[in-house]
Design a protein around this ligand. Structure first.
Ligand SMILES: [Zn+2]
Length: 50
């Protein structure tokens, strides 16, 4: 079963780069396939879902 489709906005807290991705909301997390920012930050982000 596919999760709910959501639009996810991610902003890197290190360099301020913004990304807009489509993801699927699973039970407790959102799967976007996003791996890391251009600055190699992998874990420090502001994340908003629409
Ligand atoms: Zn960054």
């Amino acid at each position: 079963m596919n999760g709910l489709r959501v639009k996810v906005r991610i902003r890197c807290k290190h360099c301020g780069e913004k990304f807009v991705l489509r993801g699927r909301k699973e039970k407790e997390r959102v799967e976007t396939g996003f791996k890391q920012c251009l600055c190699n930050n992998k874990s420090d982000f502001d994340i908003e879902m629409e």
